[in-house]
Design a binder for this molecule. Structure first.
Ligand code: ZN
Length: 135
């Protein structure tokens, strides 16, 4: 999914979440949602860099902007164990709740996209460290 699509989804869902929880909707209050929208996909270029062992800024930006390859692969920030870690550090007040909610909005949007592409839940296996590496 493209970065601007995640940005728009998190903008809308973040505003709805803030409204439903009686919090002010402003640029500042939406910032954690929008940061999560963008930062979550930094594992795509990171995975690419680790795989090819070189850094090309243009390629990194291209991968970040549109991960069009649709390859089912393990990504550091797109798995249940990382989600549990983020939930834990949010619970310990080390992250704003908006960032965690934005992260889950991002994962949900990716999940819907993968479900539409694959027509099954095979992609879920790649979204777990345990299922990926402990087979
Ligand atoms: Zn993503």
């Amino acid at each position: 999914m493209k970065v601007h699509q995640h940005f728009l989804i998190n903008l809308i869902l973040g505003a709805v979440f803030l409204k439903l929880t009686n919090q002010p909707v402003s640029g500042l209050s939406l910032t954690p949602f929008l940061a999560a929208a963008v930062l979550t996909d930094f594992d795509h270029p990171l995975t690419y860099i680790i795989k090819i062992k070189q850094i090309k800024a243009k390629t990194v930006v291209e991968i970040l902007d549109d991960y069009k390859y649709n390859i089912q692969r393990f990504y550091l920030f797109h798995n249940i164990e990382f989600a549990l870690f983020l939930t834990y550090i949010t619970w310990k007040n080390l992250l704003p709740l908006g960032f965690l909610m934005g992260y889950f909005f991002h994962l949900a949007a990716d999940g819907v996209r993968h479900q539409r592409l694959k027509k099954n839940f095979s992609w879920l296996r790649k979204w777990s460290v345990c299922l990926n590496f402990l087979r």
